[in-house]
Design a protein. Structure first.
Length: 289
């Protein structure tokens, strides 16, 4: 079927041009690479995001070596739409030009990958702790860190401006809303503000004094429980709890909020412990991108 002449004349000023597709750049790596949110320093290797840093510390304290980091991938481009994400090189294969060299693992699959990398099994009922009591106690510390300590960390973070919140500009790593962490949850909004979207200016009524008090108690308890031990709960080797504690301590010590940071700096054992573990975690990673 031919195109009518009057249609050709109407479309003549708008010629159709086709261009070859633009292929995304494939950055191949022969080393395990962890996709993370960027560090605070341009030449640093420790992520400024506590969730990413937790997994960095987990891999380093497990003894996995030869790790790289990548900070140019947005969270929307990773598995499950969140960082971190582990890119492992395909074993026993050499990539050809135009072929993917990707073996991606979401965060919850990193422990299984580490077990396979180190040749270890997953059937340790104690999960590296000295006893069942220590393993059960670690659950309570995890809950405390991800609850009271995380809430104080969120409050100390700089809040986005009103215009950024209204127009939905991306301001960085996506975090859990603080109202989902607090126990009991804050009271709901009332009046006309209940009809508006959850912007910072119309947000929940966060009991900041209560959050600060719980945070102080949590840091004090953490310092007392560590004492002079090398690892938390008296473990002979680092455990997942140590990775989590390091992530929170490091992020807190790099805050601009002096009141939150001072609660940790007042505890000499926590500062010394974070400094010692930090050197071990940094040594496990190199920056490639």
């Amino acid at each position: 079927m031919q195109v009518p002449s009057f249609v050709k004349q109407a479309l003549a000023p708008f010629p159709l041009h086709t261009y070859p597709p633009i292929r995304p750049k494939r950055k191949q790596s022969q080393h395990p690479t962890l996709w993370i949110h960027p560090p605070n320093a341009s030449d640093g290797v420790l992520s400024a995001d506590v969730e990413c840093l937790k997994w960095q510390a987990y891999l380093a304290l497990r003894g996995v070596s030869g790790l790289c980091i990548r900070t140019d991938v947005d969270a929307q481009g990773s598995l499950d739409g969140r960082l971190p994400c582990l890119q492992a090189p395909l074993e026993g294969s050499v990539s050809k030009p135009g072929e993917d060299n990707l073996d991606l693992h979401a965060a919850h699959h990193i422990p299984g990958w580490a077990d396979a990398k180190l040749g270890q099994t997953e059937d340790d009922p104690l999960e590296g702790y000295r006893s069942e009591a220590a393993r059960d106690e670690s659950r309570a510390w995890v809950s405390l860190l991800e609850g009271n300590v995380h809430a104080a960390l969120l409050l100390a973070q700089p809040t986005p401006s009103f215009l950024f919140s209204v127009f939905g500009f991306d301001t960085g790593a996506k975090t859990r809303p603080i109202e989902s962490i607090l126990t009991p949850p804050p009271p709901p909004r009332t009046g006309i503000t209940s009809l508006l979207p959850p912007l910072p200016v119309f947000g929940f009524q966060i009991p900041q004094e209560s959050v600060a008090a719980r945070y102080q108690d949590a840091v004090s308890a953490l310092s007392e429980r560590l004492g002079t031990d090398r690892w938390f709960l008296g473990s002979d080797s680092p455990t997942p709890l140590d990775a989590l504690v390091f992530a929170y301590l490091h992020c807190i010590l790099n805050l601009k909020d002096g009141s939150v940071r001072q609660e940790v700096t007042r505890r000499v054992n926590l500062v010394a412990w974070e400094y010692r573990v930090r050197s071990q975690v940094i040594g496990a990673f190199t920056r490639t991108y």
